[in-house]
Design a protein. Structure first.
Length: 194
């Protein structure tokens, strides 16, 4: 009776990635996997390595908390390190530098992030500044006895429909936009039977 050959076991992609040295770039790991017949992208490499790093951090924390040495009276008091800045604060501190230079400076000081993170922090700060400016503009309406003065129109938030109407008026020209609006008003009145 002929013996059945067992097919070669295909290695698990995650196990393959974990077996690769951490010094290999994700692109190199993908290329190495492709050479062995495994198909996966760089995103899987990042996910597997990130999960492994997180597990190591949790395990290391558990070991240090359970194996704490008993305190003795002669033990020196521990010095708490100065409060470390967050990555975002680090990026904000170097706002005049290019993202690439900020990343290099971070690497030199042991803070790890990439250029996309720098762009993201700066974009969020820019959005926050715009929102703050808009809020301050709304609160600067002058009022006399609780009524807005006639020389300064009351500032009120505009809806997206109003913004769209303004954009159309700017694109078509105010005269043409008014003609279209009047035509639509007449059409609606005709439908309503007025």
């Amino acid at each position: 009776m002929p013996s059945k050959k067992t097919p070669a076991k295909i290695p698990n992609r995650s196990d393959f990635i974990r077996a690769q040295p951490a010094t290999l770039t994700p692109a190199d790991v993908v290329a190495k996997g492709k050479a062995q017949g495994l198909k996966f992208g760089r995103s899987l490499v990042y996910m597997v390595r990130g999960a492994a790093t997180a597990k190591k951090g949790v395990a290391k924390k558990a070991i240090t908390t359970t194996s704490a040495a008993p305190k003795t009276e002669a033990a020196k008091p521990t010095v708490t390190p100065a409060k470390t800045k967050s990555k975002a604060d680090f990026v904000r501190a170097y706002s005049s530098l290019s993202p690439k230079e900020v990343v290099e400076k971070g690497k030199a000081e042991g803070v790890k992030f990439d250029a996309r993170y720098v762009y993201r922090v700066r974009a969020m700060d820019k959005t926050a500044r715009k929102a703050k400016r808009a809020a301050s503009k709304m609160s600067t309406t002058t009022a006399v006895n609780g009524v807005a003065s006639s020389d300064t129109p009351a500032v009120r938030p505009s809806s997206s429909a109003e913004n769209l109407l303004r954009a159309v008026a700017a694109e078509l020209g105010l005269g043409r936009a008014v003609e279209i609006l009047q035509g639509e008003r007449a059409r609606v009145r005709g439908l309503m039977g007025e």
